[in-house]
Design a protein around this ligand. Structure first.
Ligand SMILES: CC(C)(COP(=O)(O)OP(=O)(O)OC[C@H]1O[C@@H](n2cnc3c(N)ncnc32)[C@H](O)[C@@H]1OP(=O)(O)O)[C@@H](O)C(=O)NCCC(=O)NCCS
Length: 174
């Protein structure tokens, strides 16, 4: 990672790059705590190109890559309005995915992606950011707390036949 990190909006033409980083980062993060079958099924149903293309083309969802030169280091997915997976509040922005490849963690890539999400929320005049995070993902929770998020609720998340608890966290902007 010799060059400066920049953030670029993902276009439909980049769907295969998005699929690649999406699967790679999800696997790095969650393979250790899920069965191979559950993980495989989750990746197949959530990271297939049809679904990703529909999401890229949804006017209420935006994907961004963090890049250094030609290398993709991580990505961000934010949702607005009806594209939010819960709440669907007109004054909120959801960070649905913020993932950095293991090899590039701890180098401010996550911070740069988070700052982008905050900037988007402000640009659209949103009043708060929110997200769901697995209660045992202590690394991500620490990162969110450092960035001013607090837990306000919990919900259940199903990964195959495993039911997991997510914290819902929010950060007030105004
Ligand atoms: C969570 C994640 C996005 C953070 O990205 P990152 O690039 O590693 O974090 P950064 O280097 O930008 O760190 C930014 C700040 O958060 C802090 N931070 C990052 N990880 C932390 C941790 N494990 N504990 C405490 N603070 C942490 C850093 O110390 C840094 O603060 P500083 O500027 O005071 O040093 C990244 O670890 C990741 O992709 N994890 C796997 C995927 C995942 O769990 N995503 C969230 C799913 S809900």
């Amino acid at each position: 990672m010799d060059q400066k990190i920049t953030v670029i909006r993902v276009s439909p033409a980049e769907v295969l790059d998005l699929q690649h980083i999406g699967k790679a980062t999800f696997t790095e993060t969650f393979a250790w705590c899920n069965t191979e079958e559950n993980l495989h099924n989750y990746l197949a149903s959530n990271f297939n190109t049809d679904k990703l293309l529909a999401q890229i083309n949804n006017p209420d969802s935006e994907f961004y890559f963090a890049v250094s030169g030609a290398e993709i280091l991580g990505y961000l997915k934010v949702n607005l309005a009806g594209a939010q997976t819960e709440l669907q509040d007109a004054i909120s922005l959801e960070i649905e995915r913020i993932y950095v490849l293991n090899a590039f963690q701890g180098k401010k890539v996550g911070q740069i992606l988070f700052d982008k999400a905050l900037q988007i929320a402000k640009t659209y005049g949103k009043e708060y950011l929110w997200l769901g995070v697995w209660e045992e993902n202590t690394k991500a929770i620490a990162f969110y707390e450092k960035n001013g998020f607090v837990v306000f609720d919990t919900h259940e998340f199903k990964l195959g036949d495993e039911v997991q608890t997510d914290y819902l966290m929010k950060k007030q902007i105004y």
